[in-house]
Write a protein that binds this ligand. Structure first.
Ligand SMILES: Nc1nc2c(ncn2[C@@H]2O[C@H](COP(=O)(O)OP(=O)(O)OP(=O)(O)O)[C@@H](O)[C@H]2O)c(=O)[nH]1
Ligand SMILES: Nc1nc2c(ncn2[C@@H]2O[C@H](COP(=O)(O)OP(=O)(O)OP(=O)(O)O)[C@@H](O)[C@H]2O)c(=O)[nH]1
Ligand SMILES: [Mg+2]
Ligand SMILES: [Mg+2]
Lengths: 285, 288
């Protein structure tokens, strides 16, 4: 934790280590601390460690804001009339990052706002993935589309959007199977899902889930997924744990993909719009 | 690459041809960044580099290699040693008088349920016990995987009582050679769930308590492992999703600080995607 008193070399080292411990990465940590040291020098010194810490928080929040993070988009309460219905959102990400649970959260929160919602079970690979999403759909009381285990995910996705249209849904959320960004055939499978959806309704949103406990590999994940898929938002999950997902700072800076939501638990209430200041504060503590 | 960068740092310095106190500093800094980028905990990096420095300065300067190559070898050997290369490969703790009981625990999404099936596939003669009563479809997931690996599936005796289900499973499982318990993912900071784990361990009295950890876990890996270890004595670590490109520095942090042996790695989603841990191979991976 960052101590009190005047900002000196010891405080600088403490802050750098706090940032590294938050998974921000050694080079960004060094850069942020060096920048702030320059700022202290030009201010003539005599600055407290606390002031420096707040300055770094602001710098980080600015990076996170720069791409549009934290501007929670207007979510129409009763249907999206600015574009053709339904609004289609697809969830992608590595294995275990929280896609299925997040799809359920998004669906539940949309339903609570009065939207007519459909969940599409396009993870046709993993054991009981369809069951898992079906249970959520039942709990939420929303529409549900699935096919058999092993069905073509693109076909299920298409089916889900088509059903969404014919059932007058406002929102369709499509869950997909987990995959590592290094599995090129599985990345190609997702590209095909997007292409096939393009025939009926290209996704309005493609959200990439990122587990907050992920270290530096998070950067590779975000880079690779967004290279071949129209990723327009990040969702940092499991932020209720002790990990702080510092890796998104570099990802947002480089790739300009906004963080839209954070997952803070395992129930449908546990999804919050991204707050850059609160997030930055946690990184520097 | 790391070696190219090290060649540069050594070439630019005086005393080229011998590792000394002065020219080793930039090299140590390069390794520090490499290890931090590999997710090794920053405190472990500090302590690890102290050991590297001692060995590098104390080592015989070989005529046939560049200081950079020699330095990399010292780092790599020290990594492998820390990961267990100089010890006999860790074995499964078998129970001499009944089923070998293996309790799996870890954070949400780490790969526990899949790991349970993988261990059943590896060890054979196993029954899988479903103790995740929380996650939708978790019991079904384990049931399907048990079938895939031809292991017996022991469903929860009471889907609302983990402790009772654990007790009943012990009774049901007496005839099996291996009893593998899958549990719900939990945060190490969740007091209620950590207490539940302690109680389940008290009931099951496992021969192995395995922390299942994602290879891409960052700096928090050490905190997670230490906290679990304080509550239940971990006997093994299993690192999952090593088929990705995460460097896996978490393994070094945990081994360095807690000494918990890394017994297995997950190398894919299928039940046969499990291997025993190889310290040398993993050292190369961490170093990148
Ligand atoms: N504490 C916490 N747990 C979460 C959060 N989001 C998801 N989880 C848990 O993480 C685990 C994995 O979540 P899933 O939704 O199954 O993840 P997934 O990406 O769909 O996994 P695959 O489909 O297997 O790739 C489950 O135990 C969830 O309850 C979160 O924000 N906080
Ligand atoms: N590529 C790869 N995927 C893996 C590996 N191990 C597990 N998975 C995948 O990771 C995801 C999560 O695995 P689970 O077994 O459901 O994880 P868990 O720890 O039981 O999750 P919770 O019960 O929600 O805490 C699934 O998609 C698995 O197929 C592995 O070694 N490699
Ligand atoms: Mg899923
Ligand atoms: Mg599980």
């Amino acid at each position: 934790a960052v101590g009190r008193g005047l900002f000196d070399d010891a405080a600088a080292e403490q802050i750098e280590e706090a940032l590294i411990e938050a998974d921000i990465g050694p080079e960004i940590a060094l850069r942020l601390v060096e920048d702030v040291r320059e700022w202290v020098r030009s201010a003539g010194g005599g600055v407290t460690a606390e002031t420096v810490r707040e300055k770094i928080e602001m710098d980080i929040a600015e990076i996170l804001r720069g791409s549009g993070s934290g501007r929670s988009e207007e979510i129409p309460p009763n249907g999206n009339h600015s574009s053709e219905q339904p609004r289609v959102t697809i969830l992608v990400g590595v294995n275990g990052s929280g896609k299925t649970t997040t799809a359920a959260k998004l669906a539940a929160q949309a339903a609570a706002r009065g939207s007519r919602v459909l969940l599409g079970a396009a993870d046709t690979f993993r054991a009981a993935a369809i069951d898992q999403l079906r249970v959520w759909a039942e709990r939420i009381g929303c529409e549900f589309v699935a096919q058999d285990q092993g069905a073509d995910p693109a076909a299920v996705a298409f089916d889900a959007v088509q059903a969404g249209k014919s059932r007058g849904c406002d929102e369709v959320f499509i869950d997909t199977a987990g995959r590592l960004h290094t599995q090129t055939n599985l990345m190609a499978e997702l590209e095909k899902v997007i292409r096939v959806l393009g025939k009926i309704k290209p996704p309005d949103h493609c959200f990439l889930t990122l587990d907050a406990t992920t270290g530096r590999n998070g950067l590779q994940q975000i880079t690779t997924f967004s290279r071949s898929l129209p990723v327009d938002g990040l969702i940092v999950t499991k932020l209720d744990g002790s990990a702080r997902a510092g890796v998104v700072v570099e990802a947002v800076e480089r790739l300009k993909i906004p963080v839209r939501y954070v997952g803070v638990g395992e129930t449908v209430e546990d999804l919050m719009p991204f707050d850059p200041e609160a997030f930055a504060r946690e990184l520097v503590r | 690459t790391l070696t190219e960068r090290l060649n540069k740092t050594f070439r630019n310095l005086a005393g080229f041809g011998k590792l000394n106190e002065e020219n080793i500093q930039p090299a140590l800094r390069e390794i520090r960044v490499a290890l931090l980028e590999a997710d090794v905990h920053f405190r472990v990096v500090k302590s690890f580099l102290e050991n590297v420095k001692k060995r590098a300065l104390g080592s015989e300067v070989l005529e046939s290699v560049t200081p950079a190559d020699q330095f990399v070898k010292v780092v790599r050997d020290e990594l492998a040693r820390t990961l267990g290369a100089e010890e006999p490969p860790p074995e499964l703790r078998k129970n001499p008088a009944g089923p070998t009981r293996i309790l799996l625990c870890g954070l949400q999404g780490a790969g526990k349920t899949t790991a349970a099936a993988k261990l059943a596939h590896l060890l054979g003669k196993s029954a899988l016990v479903a103790l995740d009563l929380k996650r939708p479809g978790a019991v079904e997931q384990l049931r399907v995987m048990a079938e895939k690996v031809q292991a017996t599936f022991l469903p929860p005796a009471d889907p609302s009582d983990v402790r009772l289900s654990a007790r009943k499973a012990l009774e049901e499982g007496r005839a099996f050679e291996h009893l593998i318990f899958d549990t719900a993912g939990r945060l190490q900071i969740d007091e209620e769930l950590m207490e539940e784990l302690v109680e389940v361990a008290g009931i099951v009295k496992p021969d192995e308590i395995v922390l299942v950890l994602d290879a891409m876990t960052g700096q928090e890996a050490l905190n997670v492992a230490e906290t679990f270890h304080k509550r239940v004595p971990l006997t093994a670590l299993m690192l999952t999703k090593t088929d990705g490109d995460a460097r896996g520095g978490a393994a070094l942090s945990i081994r360095h600080v807690t000494g918990i042996p890394i017994k297995w790695i997950g190398t894919g989603e299928r039940p046969d995607a499990i291997e025993s841990f190889h310290p040398e191979r993993f050292a190369d991976r961490i170093l990148g």
